[in-house]
Ligand binder design. Structure first.
Ligand code: NAD
Length: 459
């Protein structure tokens, strides 16, 4: 996609927005249904493209994570959009109420929204924002990841089959296209990806004062309380590292556990992994997306090991791919302590006591999510009140994303803004404050010369 074409396409979307600034409920529902049809009618093509891009990606995992999850979001919006679009009445203060004034908030489309999506769930992380963007009545322009070219090309083709070019468009291309894309004068941009690129996008967006939603990553910790059921914790953490080969922004990144519980936990983790057909190359597995990422993971593990960490490989022996691996207590200076892992490697740090664990989490930027495993509500409440993160989960991993009725997003270093469900509708809407003056002329009281009535009302 050339820069000129980007601008032309953007102008097409912008003009269409100007011609239809407030699409009706029926129009929005029709667009949402077309997203659903595009997902359902092409499921096997999507799964094949995903597998081609990853080297191998289980069709069941693709279907579950990218297709079904996206369809659920469409269905949730179809069911609730009518209520989200309703103006919300607000109560004016007494003096304005006495004058007969009426106030409410109504959501209007922002205009043309840019969606910059990543490679790890290339369909869901383009479609899930798209659902919110179209529900809110906007036009959408998507820049999918160049790291998954087959899926991005399919997205471009199918979007043009199911939508007119002035409703939704896709711009495929490398980083130079991405850089030009985020310089366009959008009415809002949602970016999902890493922190370094997010800084560039913020600078570019600042030129046009474009509002941003940033869905970033980071290191999401798992606190293992002394009250935790270790077998359940191990099983669920293993799932979080196995699913999509741990290439998930909300994957458990590192685990904090009391030194005395480490060996029992490792033994539970080993049996959880043995009971899962998670080895790379198996029919239900997902490969690391490319050699660069495989190399990055290998470096994190070998450096961790060389810096006094203990390394345990938990599954399989396929030479060409990466296996579920645990790195325990590497020295502070090892990169694995600070870099987001984003793969099937689990960092374990032994440290006892909730206070110490909370202090450790608070030393770094706010994570996307904090996972707590244990039975104590009091401890869970302490974690809630003494830390900050985009989400907070007790005794599970990842499934919070499956609930469209929860906001999704980070805080601080893990991002800004929240979307999905009603939160997404609001994020991509301009919530307009509407004030309708009453039958009494309020301005008469506030215009000098001031009277006793003004002084009385002003109290
Ligand atoms: P990526 O390399 O696929 O990049 C993401 C997008 O940014 C792509 O569309 C790419 O074209 C674009 N891009 C690249 N350079 C750019 C630039 N200079 N200017 C503008 N756009 C540019 O993905 P990634 O960054 O490797 O993604 C992995 C990261 O994303 C991880 O940190 C992960 O935690 C995070 N992530 C977050 C979420 C979330 O919802 N919070 C979800 C998935 C991934």
């Amino acid at each position: 996609m050339s820069i000129t074409n980007l601008e032309t396409q953007f102008t097409t979307l912008r003009c269409a927005y100007h011609l239809e600034r407030f699409p009706s409920l029926a129009t929005r529902l029709d667009r949402l249904r077309r997203i659903r049809a595009m997902l359902i009618e092409n499921e096997s093509a999507w799964c094949e493209a995903l597998s081609e891009d990853f080297g191998y990606r289980s069709a069941d995992q693709s279907s579950f994570a990218d297709i079904t999850t996206s369809i659920k979001s469409v269905n949730h919006a179809l069911k609730n959009l009518k209520f989200w679009m309703k103006a919300e009445r607000r109560t004016p203060d007494l003096s304005l109420r006495m004058s007969g004034a009426k106030t409410y908030v109504e959501a209007f489309p922002k205009g043309v929204v840019g969606i910059v999506s990543p490679w790890n769930f290339p369909i869901n992380l383009a479609i899930s924002p798209l659902v919110s963007v179209l529900a809110a009545g906007n036009r959408a322009y998507i820049k999918p990841s160049e790291a998954t070219p087959a899926t991005s090309a399919l997205l471009e083709k199918l979007i043009s089959d199911y939508f007119s070019e002035d409703e939704v468009a896709v711009a495929c291309g490398d980083v130079d296209v991405a850089q030009a894309f985020v310089k366009l004068p959008f009415d809002h941009i949602i970016y999902t990806g890493g922190e370094t690129v997010a800084r560039h996008i913020m600078r570019d967006a600042a030129e046009n004062l474009v509002p941003l939603t940033l869905e970033l990553g980071g290191k999401s910790p798992v606190i293992v309380s002394s009250s935790a059921d270790l077998a359940m914790t191990a099983k669920r953490v293993a799932f979080g590292k196995y699913f999509n080969a741990g290439q998930i922004c909300i994957a458990p990144d590192y685990l904090l556990i009391d030194a005395e519980r480490l060996e029992p936990f490792l033994s539970e983790l080993k049996s959880a992994v043995e009971n899962t057909d998670s080895s790379q190359g198996s029919a239900d597995s997902v490969s690391i997306v490319n050699n660069r990422h495989r190399q990055r993971l290998e470096n994190l593990v070998s450096e961790g090991e060389s810096k006094s960490g203990r390394v345990i490989k938990l599954s399989g022996n396929n030479q060409s791919a990466y296996e579920l691996t645990v790195v325990i207590d590497p020295a502070d200076e090892a990169g694995i302590n600070t870099s987001e892992i984003f793969g099937p490697v689990l960092l374990i740090k032994t440290m006892g006591g909730l206070s110490e664990q909370i202090a450790y989490i608070n030393k770094s930027s706010h994570p996307l999510v904090i996972y707590y495993f244990g039975r104590s509500e009091a401890e869970f409440r302490r974690v809630a009140c003494e830390t900050s993160s985009g989400g907070l989960v007790k005794n599970d991993v990842i499934f919070q994303y499956a609930n469209d009725d929860l906001p999704f997003g980070g805080v601080g270093g893990s991002g800004m803004g929240k979307y999905r469900g009603e939160y997404g509708f609001k994020e991509f809407s301009n919530s307009r404050a509407v004030y309708k003056s009453g039958f009494i002329d309020v301005s008469g009281f506030v215009t000098p010369p001031y009277t006793d009535v003004f002084r009385m009302v002003n109290k």
